[in-house]
Design a protein around this ligand. Structure first.
Ligand code: R5P
Length: 295
């Protein structure tokens, strides 16, 4: 079946890279926005009998969901045989339980919203914590990639004598793999979240590592408070401002500027386009795309 890559606005870099690696053509789409802010999707290519691979990271998901669903449904309506979703950043995974009485468990609701429109879904380092496997909530085949090798390679190339630090128990899964690959020591700390922008982190005595370059590794940088809190503690303990690596740089409000102000070097993958993108996921995603065969 012929494949065609399309993307949501803003995902052109990944789309173009993957198109080059796999030699898959790109289908142009016109996302017309009417004065009343409704969207009209127009495909500028023939999708009949093709497998359409939509690339769209779902940071700021509320605005992107409707155009995404309209795009998928337009492809289906115009004869696409299969529609896959490559969403390097999969949103809403952190609301995976009822934290407070009366709240919804959005991770599951979001999965129910997406699943009917796609034949498969691929994402990178989703926030799997209380939900252990995406198939617990998604009813379509899912493919989960980890950016651990790419992050470890960046560290090996750029940092002398690294000390890896995971800010909370959830980070253990990727920080430990990266530390093995990068052949560096690692610590996983305990974090307590008191509110959206209020966290506290228990830091052990790192004195014996004072000559190392601290690197905090996390999956998501959202308000930036997790990294900021730990970075400040490290500076107080006479370490240089740490390198902060996030798989997904959401950077709510002025999170990026605050981290830079503290002197931190902030590094992210290009799962979400941002000036801090230094780790390219194109090859990782393309390699997996080659082998996806869903009947
Ligand atoms: C949550 O536990 C995640 O792994 C991240 O640590 C968290 O999402 C970071 O959020 P923020 O940047 O708002 O502290």
């Amino acid at each position: 079946m012929r494949k065609i890559l399309v993307c949501l606005p803003g995902n052109e870099i990944l789309q173009n890279n993957i198109s080059k690696i796999l030699n898959i053509p790109i289908g142009d789409v016109d996302f017309h926005i009417f004065p009343d802010e409704e969207t009209c999707i127009r495909l500028l290519f023939d999708c009949h009998n093709a497998e359409i691979i939509i690339i769209g990271s779902l940071d700021k998901p509320n605005k992107k969901m409707l155009p995404l669903i309209l795009l998928a449904q337009t492809c289906r309506d115009l004869g696409a045989k299969k529609i896959g979703l490559v969403t390097p950043y999969l949103a809403y995974m952190r609301q995976d339980k009822r934290f407070q009485e009366g709240q919804g468990v959005s991770a599951g609701y979001f999965a129910k919203l997406i699943s009917p429109f796609f034949d498969w879904l691929l994402c990178v380092s989703p926030h799997l914590h209380r939900i252990k496997n995406l198939n617990e909530i998604y009813t379509i085949p899912t493919f989960v990639l980890q950016a651990t090798v790419e992050i470890a390679n960046w560290i090996k190339l750029n940092v002398h004598h690294p000390l890896l630090i995971g800010p909370d128990s959830e980070s253990e899964q990727w920080v430990e793999s990266i530390s093995k690959l990068a052949n560096s020591p690692c610590f996983v700390l305990e974090k307590t979240r008191h509110g959206d922008k209020d966290v506290s982190i228990q830091m052990p005595d790192f004195k014996q590592w004072n000559s190392a370059t601290p690197i905090i590794v996390d999956d998501i940088i959202s308000s930036g408070q997790t990294l900021l809190t730990l970075a400040k503690q490290l500076v107080q303990a006479h370490f240089p401002p740490p390198i902060c690596i996030g798989v997904h740089g959401l950077f709510a409000e002025n999170a990026y500027a605050q981290l830079q102000l503290l002197g931190c070097e902030v590094i992210t993958t290009n799962s979400i386009p941002h000036p801090s993108n230094k780790i390219d996921l194109s090859k990782l995603i393309a390699t997996q795309l080659k082998s996806i065969q869903v009947d």
